[in-house]
Design a protein around this ligand. Structure first.
Ligand code: NAP
Length: 315
């Protein structure tokens, strides 16, 4: 039996990763800031939930000891530059040092499509810049070839869909409430990938165990189809049957107006739905470059969005 330490195992992708890992008969440890956040994975057999401040390097190193591999799914979508630095750059650095100190030989790190690998600073948003810098610290810490400190796989997904997503579900919900959809970045392109395929990519990466093989290995994790943001908004309404499947008129906003809308959403009470940084991320297309291996390199045939989204949006 393998022992896998899954940071971010309580999240949207993490819960599916944990489920697939326990199906393999592997034991999974999920550190969490708050035990109640992990109630989705707590009932799974072979899952141990651990109260842990993952940013405390000594505690992290101690908790990771005895595991065969680590998966890192911790990320934030909104925040200050300092928060992005802490979660996307400093934490991977601590995880890498903890791998070396505790003898963990394999790390699967989930990053994001749109990072600029060779030049992380050139990415258009704090989110993408910090994600790219996080990749860079891991690549440096892992080292290359035979003398590598640990085998490193970096998975770069496009936007992820699935029954619990905060993406198609949100678009459908907004159109149930509002008569029109003012939309910034309506021409931005995405290649949505199913959450189950992302989770399977994590499992296959662990099975491949590149601890002694080529490292780092970077995989673009994308679905088979490309959509503009506007098409995704319209499709979500159609599949959810909003306005008898016709959805609402989508009104593309110019950039300055989109930024004002995002600022208002940042200042609004409750969870942030959209930020100016999210708009900045959409300045580059979120589609595979084709220059790196894709899901097929892990033996996965990516699922199409429409039939799966129809099932959960139509419920
Ligand atoms: N969802 C997408 O469409 C998408 C697209 C591209 C890439 N990705 C990447 O895929 C990975 C997983 O995404 P996801 O959608 O599953 O994320 P998620 O649902 O937001 O889960 C992230 C997890 O990280 C932990 N976390 C959040 N903020 C933290 C902080 N400040 N310090 C420590 N832990 C923190 C949380 O665990 P606790 O609350 O239990 O502590 C949470 O369960 C991320 O790397 C993300 O960037 C996602």
């Amino acid at each position: 039996m393998k022992n896998i330490f899954v940071l971010g195992g309580s999240g949207f992708v993490g819960a599916h990763v944990c489920e697939k890992l326990v199906r393999q008969g592997w034991h999974v440890t999920v550190p969490t800031r708050r035990r109640s956040n992990a109630r989705n994975v707590q009932p799974l057999p072979f899952v141990t939930v651990l109260d842990l401040d993952v940013h405390d390097e000594a505690a992290l190193t101690q908790a990771m000891a005895g595991h065969d591999a680590v998966v890192n799914l911790v990320a934030i979508l909104h925040g200050t530059p300092e928060a992005f630095q802490k979660v996307h750059v400093d934490l991977p650095q601590k995880i890498a040092r903890a791998c070396v100190a505790s003898g963990v030989k394999q790390l699967v790190h989930v990053s994001a499509l749109g990072v600029n690998g060779p030049q992380p600073e050139a990415a258009p948003s704090n989110y993408l810049r910090s994600k790219g810098q996080g990749e860079a610290v891991l690549v440096q810490a892992a080292g290359e070839g035979v003398g590598a400190a640990f085998g490193l796989t970096i998975l770069r997904p496009s936007v992820i869909f699935g029954a619990e997503d905060q993406f198609l579900n949100l678009f459908a919900k907004l159109q149930k409430v509002f008569p029109v959809m003012p939309l910034a970045g309506s021409h931005a392109r995405f290649q949505p990938v199913w959450v189950q395929d992302v989770a399977l990519a994590v499992v296959r990466s662990l099975e491949r165990n590149n601890a002694s093989g080529p490292t780092p290995c970077v995989v673009e994790v994308c679905g088979p189809d490309i959509f503009t943001l506007k098409q995704l908004v319209q499709l979500s309404a159609q599949l959810a049957g909003v306005n008898e499947g016709r959805g609402r008129p989508v009104i593309p906003l110019p950039l300055w107006m989109g930024r004002m809308q995002a600022l208002m959403l940042e200042l609004a009470p409750g969870p942030t739905l959209m930020s100016r940084d999210n708009l900045d991320s959409m300045r580059t297309d979120n589609v595979a470059t084709g220059l790196l291996p894709g899901l097929e390199s892990l033996g996965i045939k990516a699922a199409a969005l429409r039939p799966i989204a129809a099932e959960y949006l139509g419920r």
